[in-house]
Design a protein around this ligand. Sequence first.
Ligand SMILES: [Zn+2]
Length: 268
Amino acid sequence: MNRSALLALCIFASACTLTQRRDTEKVIAQSLISDDQEFQLGLQVHEQLKKDNTKFLENPTVELYVESLARKMIAEANKERKLDWKWFVIDDPATVNAFATPGGRIYVYTGLLLAAENEAEVIGVLGHEIGHVVGRHSARQLVASNGLQVVVDMALGKNGGEVAKLAAGLAGKGAQLAYGRDMELEADQYGARYASGAGYDPRGLATFFEKLKAKYGDTGPVMTFFSTHPANSDRITKVTELIAAENLQGTELGVTSLKAAQAALGKK
Ligand SMILES: [Zn+2]
C-alpha cells in the first residue's frame, strides 16, 4: 500500500487524532489539487466576481493600507505555504465580510474596515483568511464533502476525472464555500498566531466577533460574515485557550492607523 492510501485510511479510522486527521486531509488535498490548479481556480473565481459586477475599490491609499497589513503576515505564512498572494478590497460599506479563494487571493469588504475599531481586529480577520489558504481548506472541504470514493480513486491513481470534478465544484461554489467547524477553528488559530507574530494583540479576531455580535446580533450588515463564521462562545474560548497555551504575545492595537484608512473611506 502506498503512502497516500495509508493516509487515506486514517481519514476513516476512528483511532486517528484530530491532528493526524487534519494532516492527512492536507496531504490528500495537496495531491488532488496542485498549487497551480489552485491558482487557476482562484483566477476563475475572480473572473466570475468581475462578471457579477463586484465593485472593486479604487482608492490607492486604502488598497495599499490593506496590502501593508497583509504583508506583515505573509513571510510567516510562506514558511508553510509559499504562494503568489493577492489582495482585493471590495467597495461595499454595508457588508462586513472577508473571504479567501484558492491560490492565495484574499478579499476584504470596505464594510469590515469601517466596522473595526482597531487594526488588530482587521489583522485577525486577514490572518484567519490566510489560514484558510495555508491549511488548504477549500480543497479539504471538497474532499470531505465528496467522501470515500474520491479518496479511494485517488489512492488507486485513478484521480484524473475526480480532480476535474473537484475543480468544477470549487469554481462553482466560489466565494460561498462554507468550511466545517474544525477548519474555522484552525483558521482562528492561524489568525491568532499570525497576528501575534506581527506584534499585534492576538485576541483581535475574538474581540471583533464579540463586539459585532453585541452591537448587531446575528442580523444586519454583520450577517454575511456570521453566516459562515458563527461567533459562538466555544470558538472564542478555544482561541483564547490557544493564546494562553502557546503564550502568544503582542500588544499593538493600531487604532490611529486604522482611523486614517477609515477617513480615506470617508468615515467622519
Ligand atoms: Zn473562516
